[in-house]
Design a protein. Structure first.
Length: 238
């Protein structure tokens, strides 16, 4: 994460209507001058004010502030498609967490998350990755692979052998570091392959890439379905 450390604080919008929740979330911005940490600067405002700030790239959303729940995230996604969302929601509601990720959240945490954990999630999102329990990413992957009506083009991009390997590991919810260790290559090389996969599929982030690969033609191009079925059989027998 060293490449994103700089002297200028990263502005993060904080959207929470409850004053106590807002005060609690303020804890993630304390100690911003600690060496090796990304300096963060809070931007507090109401829904319209934060969405109107065109310079804001990151938004921490307390989902409990909205009676519409996921609807609020979808509005944010439509109006500010490049806004990176860090969502805090109820504990144990995997369905809501999955819907939040599909609606554009780059991180999902529950109410019991400590300020330190929330800060770590924000830093992960700033670095360009996704923060979510692996079980949720695995559920998302299985759901996307089962989808038969993605509505995407049948035209599949041509993938190199290495791109196919990287894509399969992304489908297994591996981080760039884990992919690099598995394939015996440098992490920056993995980042290059991920960037090429996004360009070939016309996607902007990992979640969109996951959603794009529900297209059976792309999965077949990477030779993934058979191996996924094999993984499931081994899991069932194990």
């Amino acid at each position: 994460m060293g490449s994103i450390l700089n002297s200028e604080p990263v502005r993060v919008g904080v959207l929470a209507e409850d004053p106590l929740r807002l005060e609690g979330l303020a804890g993630i911005f304390e100690g911003g001058n600690v060496e090796g940490r990304v300096p963060l600067s809070p931007v507090v405002g109401n829904f319209e004010e934060l969405l109107a700030d065109t310079t804001l790239q990151y938004l921490l959303v307390d989902l409990h502030s909205f009676t519409t729940g996921i609807g609020a995230l979808e509005v944010i996604r439509r109006r500010c498609p490049r806004m990176r969302l860090i969502v805090i929601g109820p504990e144990g509601d995997d369905e809501l967490a999955l819907k939040s990720i599909i609606a554009g959240a780059r991180a999902y945490l529950d109410l019991k998350a400590s300020p330190q954990t929330v800060r770590q999630a924000v830093e992960v999102v700033i670095s360009g990755s996704i923060w979510a329990p692996r079980r949720l990413l695995s559920q998302l992957i299985d759901r996307l692979l089962r989808s038969s009506d993605s509505g995407l083009s049948n035209a599949s991009p041509r993938l190199t052998e290495r791109e196919s390997q990287v894509l399969e590991l992304i489908l297994l919810a591996r981080s760039n570091r884990e992919i690099a260790q598995t394939l015996g290559i440098e992490e920056r090389t993995v980042q290059t392959h991920v960037g090429r996969l996004m360009r070939k599929t016309g996607t902007d982030n990992r979640i969109e890439l996951l959603m794009h690969v529900t297209d059976p033609s792309l999965l077949n191009a990477a030779g993934i379905p058979e191996r996924r079925k094999g993984d499931r059989r081994r899991s069932d027998n194990g």
